[in-house]
Design a protein around this ligand. Structure first.
Ligand code: SAM
Length: 238
């Protein structure tokens, strides 16, 4: 029998009361994660309690901000094994979610998770953020772009802000020490049409880990020359 106490308690600390269906979905998700992780590298975190805290609870901390309105469209950039996109969707069911990753095998895993958990309006997509940001189908179409553990903030802004609608938000999930990164990203945020709205410090329940959420509001359209191609957002951040 799986012990779900850490998960239930952790969510409660964040003000989120998990129901039976949500708990079952997290349990099933963890089983799939462990099964696939034996064949392909999805995560180095495999201990039950650690998955609950560092993946599941950490992923849902953005729900403590006030930017998750009704029926929004969210894109999770560099989602890997589905973090934070899948845990967010398990709880916020009315969201339309696009899970983007540049590794095909992770997209295959996510397709199975979506099927097994019967998640509606969740689309795993294989691609690169900087290419999607130039594609009319996706550019400035999302209420929220979110990303965890993918790149430095200045690079991430060029991956994420072009995909966000004016009036929408980019949430960057970072560690505790973000001031220097924020400072280095000032230029990039401004050029791409963003404005730092908030920096929220999060103490992860049942751990001594502190994380931060940087919330950037999109206040004007991103100039058409961004995102740049040829790996420039990473090699030569704005
Ligand atoms: N967000 C997940 C998490 O927090 O567990 C995965 C983090 S993993 C360290 C980074 C992921 O970002 C990888 O799965 C990689 O394939 C993906 N990635 C890196 N650069 C990307 C890009 N430009 N566009 C899309 N995905 C990208």
């Amino acid at each position: 029998m799986t012990n779900v106490n850490t998960l239930i308690k952790g969510a409660k600390t964040l003000g989120i009361e998990l129901n039976e269906e949500e708990i079952n979905n997290f349990v099933l998700y963890k089983e799939l994660l462990k099964k696939w992780n034996q064949k392909i590298n999805i995560t180095s975190i495999t201990d039950d309690i650690e998955v609950d805290i560092k993946h599941f609870i950490d992923s849902i901390t953005p729900l403590t901000t006030n930017v998750f309105k009704e029926n929004i469209k969210l894109i999770d950039i560099g989602t890997g094994g589905g973090f934070p996109g899948i845990p967010l969707k398990i709880i916020k069911k009315d969201m339309n979610v696009l899970l983007l990753d540049s590794t095909m095998k992770r997209i295959k895993f996510l397709s199975e998770v979506v099927d097994e958990l019967s998640l509606e309006h969740v689309t795993p997509v294989h691609g690169r953020a900087e290419e999607m940001g130039r594609d009319k189908k996706y550019r400035e179409k999302f209420d929220i772009a979110i990303s965890r553990a993918v790149a430095s903030l200045n690079t991430l802004c060029e991956y994420c802000l072009p995909l966000v609608k004016v009036g929408g938000h980019f949430i960057s999930m970072k560690g505790s020490d973000v001031d220097e990164e924020l400072n280095e990203a000032k230029n990039s945020i401004k050029i791409l049409g963003g404005r730092v709205k908030d920096k929220k410090i999060i103490d992860l329940p049942s751990s001594d880990i502190t994380h931060s959420l940087i919330i950037i509001e999109k206040i004007k359209e991103t100039p058409t020359k961004y995102p740049r191609g040829g790996g420039k957002p990473k090699k030569k951040p704005l």
